[in-house]
Design a protein around this ligand. Structure first.
Ligand SMILES: C[S@@+](CC[C@H](N)C(=O)[O-])C[C@H]1O[C@@H](n2cnc3c(N)ncnc32)[C@H](O)[C@@H]1O
Length: 274
């Protein structure tokens, strides 16, 4: 029997080892002893799950916080943001925390992450993942980023690095199991532009923001990036190169795209002049 994650019925399954708690080799050995077949990836702390006799989200090792089941594509935005242990990081749309906990891992559990999430329900999953994985550098804020921005600006709290893993029509497909229409895409695109401008306002001069979605729609990706590049004169696009063979260049030079059978993703990086 093969295990299935949230997107596992459609896309390939992976796990990210929480190196704050266990080494990749020790976890691999433990899971393989129980009959899980793992394959290495381009990241030494991520494995493809080839086969598992049980659900990979319901093992003692999962409950100990040794790993996070998540797509390989979803590991690219935190790696692209590349936070340092000294950074103050804002994760604008954080739940359930796959990327927040990855950011904390990359920061060696140091520095500070502000993880903001609008949904009270989804904050429960974020909290549980942060506790399970022993994340110590993260503050969870259950607020609408559009309103919370005013507070941060008033207090002059700006960030070295920001992740905007934006709500998108890809989430609608996964969460509600219904067909996405033009109206959904238009709605998402407007919200994404609004959130991206908020993120850019909250960057320190010289700070960097990574924008990502799990949608393939140009209106939610290229159009959003073009919109801010045209309407602001305080930012520039940082050109990214694919760091693994499943990542493709995007339509705008320097952006990245991932296509099925990997979970679809769009990734762009922007720097604030400073
Ligand atoms: C794509 S999901 C984030 C996934 C998450 N980054 C992860 O890796 O686990 C987008 C999230 O943004 C949240 N969200 C949507 N609008 C928001 C807003 N205005 N302020 C804060 N969070 C928001 C949604 O509730 C949803 O949990």
């Amino acid at each position: 029997m093969t295990s299935h994650s949230k997107e596992g019925d459609i896309y390939i399954n992976f796990i990210r080892v929480n190196t704050l708690k266990i080494s990749p080799s020790a976890l691999k050995e433990r899971l393989e002893k129980k009959g899980v077949k793992l394959e290495k990836t381009f990241l030494d702390y991520a494995f493809r799950v080839i086969e598992s006799p049980f659900s990979i989200g319901a093992t003692p090792e999962y409950l100990f916080g040794y790993y996070m089941p998540q797509s390989l594509s979803s590991m690219i935005p935190p790696i692209t943001l590349n936070p340092s242990p000294k950074d103050r990081v804002l994760d604008m749309c954080a739940a359930p925390g796959g990327k927040t906990t990855h950011l904390a891992q990359l920061m060696g559990n140091e520095g500070t992450i502000l993880a903001v999430e609008i949904s009270k329900e989804r904050v429960k999953a974020l909290k549980s993942n942060i506790n399970r994985m022993n994340i110590l550098n993260t503050i969870i804020i259950n607020k609408d980023m559009r309103k919370y921005k005013e507070y941060l600006m008033k207090k002059k709290i700006l960030f070295d690095k920001i992740l905007l893993d934006a709500p998108c029509s890809g989430n609608i497909i996964k969460d509600k199991n219904r067909k996405v229409d033009e109206k959904d895409i238009e709605y998402c695109s407007l919200r994404q532009k609004e959130l991206l401008n908020i993120g850019l306002d909250l960057l320190k001069p010289g700070g960097e923001l990574v924008y990502s979605t799990c949608s393939m729609e140009e209106k939610e990706n290229e159009e959003v990036i073009e919109h801010v590049l045209k309407s602001r004169d305080d930012i520039k696009l940082i050109k990214l190169s694919p760091i693994a063979n499943f990542i493709r260049p995007g339509k705008i030079k320097g952006t990245l795209k991932v296509y099925p059978p990997y979970e679809p993703f769009f990734i762009a990086k922007i720097k604030k002049e400073g």
